[in-house]
Each structure stands twice: as C-alpha cells, then as structure tokens.
Design a protein around this ligand. Structure first.
Ligand code: NCD
Length: 310
C-alpha cells in the first residue's frame, strides 16, 4: 500500500504489512513524545477537520495528533457547514478545502460521502466515519491497542458485542482482523442488529471460524478480547425500535466474572448503558487507554500520507 498522498477511506485498503507500518510508527511517536510534548515535523501544514456528524473523541484526537506533529488545524463542525445546505456538492467542497489545507479528516452520516469529497480533493482525505460503513482510523487504533496489550493478534478469540449491524467500528475491526491467522470470532447482538451478512460471508470465505451466541457471559468466557459497541441510536427510524434493542446485553461485574484473567475489554466510546461504571476499575477494561492510543495512531497516519520526514 502506498501511503504518500493517498486517501484513507476504508480499512479494506490495508494489508498486514501496511497495518504493521502504522503500528511501528505509532509506537515510535509514543516513545518520542514521552520526552517531548510537541514535535516539529508538520510545521506549516494544516489539517482541515470536517465533522458533519457529531464527534468529540475522534475530532480532538485528530486535532491533538496534528498539533503534536507541529502542524495546525482548522475545523468545521455541525450540519450547518454541510455543503448540502447551500447545495454545494461534496466534490466541490473537497476541491475548495484543498485550497486551504494539506490534509482533510472528515465525518459524515452518509456511507460513501467521504469518498465523494475525496474525488474532488487534491490533498489526502482521511475517513473519520461515514455513517454505519467504515471508521478506518478507529479500527486501526483498536487493533493497535490489542497488539500493545496482548503482544500479538494471530490466534486470538474475539467477542464482538452490541450493535453489530450499525457499528462502523466493528465492521472496520473485522476488515483488519482478516489479515491475521487463526482469529476466531464470537458475535453477540440483538436479533435485528446482527453483523451484516456480507461481512460474515467474507470472513467464512477466508476460512475464519465464527459463532453467533445469545448468552453474553458464556460468549465472553471463551475470548481474549471483547469489543463492545453501543446501540447506535442515530441509525434507528424510531425511538420504539431503539428501545426494543437496548439494555439486552450489558457488561457488568457479573459478566466480567466470566471473562478470562488476561482478556481485555475494548469500546470505542461513548458508552451508554452497555458497560456499567463499576467495570471501569477492572484492570481488564482498556477503553480509556484505547482513546489515548488514538493520538499516536493518527499521528502515524497523518505523517505517512503527508510523507513527513521522521
Ligand atoms: C465511534 C463512532 O463514532 O463510530 N466513536 C468514536 O469514533 N470514538 C463509536 C460510536 O459512536 O458508538
């Protein structure tokens, strides 16, 4: 995979070698940042953060990453900035923002929207989440957290619990995990929020073992990594439908009692009610460290697409 000048639109672009390049560089940044708060690698470079769908973590994480590289950030947040409001196409918005910035990070509610903007942009565009479709930088930082915590990814048994239909994060995690050997998947979700059939079929085609379970305690007891997602309220047509699907699978100390001693619990956050607050003190709960890992991983991606001299 060629990074320099490239868009990062989907985890499907990555092979194992490309993931390793990102991880090694992220590790490097973590090390150098221990002795130094800010680097000087991206001086004079500007990141445009376009967040047309709500975000706190991902937007701040991109912003901090660019600032730690020594660059600057301009930001548009909220739908009122959306090109759709005045009728500008995403293609044109991409072309326009490219006149101001050297790289763009964008979130939008429509699948494929970030690619539309990237068509018009003349600078690299990083997908910060396009509807339920993809969230490549989050997928990478989740795997980075697993890699750091467990030392390796091959051979792991992973439980994915929550809104598997709509979680772009878990979709991206699946794309990346396909590059590792003997990974076993255990899926737990409400009946109407199962992992999309294309993803399941693709995993099976590649020879991965998948089980779908309905008992959360039983499912987690077999796994080394538990990846939890909230029920994605913004993807439901009505509150009734949302309410029918919440509170079914909740990770609390009772469920944690079934989790292996050396397993880890991940969640991209926000957490609503799928993980109770008491679990935060459990040493296996790694979601706050996971948030922190977003900075070195996004620094690595920015440095690679901008071809910064490390
Ligand atoms: C995730 C997202 O936006 O998809 N959050 C994030 O980027 N940290 C997960 C979510 O919103 O549930």
């Amino acid at each position: 995979m060629q990074f320099q000048g490239s868009d990062i639109l989907t985890t499907k672009q990555f092979d194992r070698e490309a993931v390793t390049i990102v991880f090694d560089l992220a590790k490097h940044f973590e090390k150098v940042l221990r002795g130094q708060e800010f680097l000087d690698l991206a001086r004079g470079k500007i990141l445009a953060n376009l967040f047309y769908e709500p975000s706190t973590r991902t937007r701040f994480s991109f912003e901090v990453a660019m600032k730690k590289l020594g660059g600057d950030v301009i930001t548009a947040v909220g739908e009122e900035y959306s090109s759709l409001r005045k009728g500008e196409t995403l293609y044109d918005t991409g072309r326009v923002i490219s006149q101001f910035a050297h790289v763009i990070a964008m979130r939008h509610a429509q699948p494929g929207s970030v690619s539309d903007l990237a068509q018009g942009a003349t600078v690299p565009v990083l997908n910060a989440g396009d509807g339920p479709a993809n969230h490549p930088t989050q997928g990478l930082l989740d795997l980075y957290t697993i890699w750091k915590q467990r030392g390796e990814i091959d051979g792991l048994r992973i439980c994915m619990a929550g809104d598997l239909k709509n979680s772009r994060v878990q979709h991206s995690e699946c794309d990346l995990l396909m590059h590792y050997r003997d990974v076993k998947f255990v899926f737990v979700s409400p009946q109407s929020l199962k992992m999309p059939t294309e993803i399941v079929a693709n995993l099976r085609l590649k020879g991965f073992e998948i089980s779908e379970m309905s008992n959360l305690s039983e499912a987690v007891s077999e796994c080394d990594v538990i990846s939890s997602s909230r029920i994605q309220i913004e993807r439901f047509a009505s509150m009734e439908e949302y309410n029918r699907n919440t509170g079914i699978f909740v990770i609390d100390p009772g469920v944690m009692a079934h989790v292996k001693k050396d397993a880890i619990l991940l969640a991209p956050l926000p957490r609503i009610e799928e993980i109770t607050r008491e679990v935060d003190d459990d040493l296996r709960a790694k979601y706050f460290e996971q948030v922190k890992n977003g900075v070195p991983v996004r620094m690595a991606l920015l440095a690679l697409v901008l071809a910064l001299k490390i």
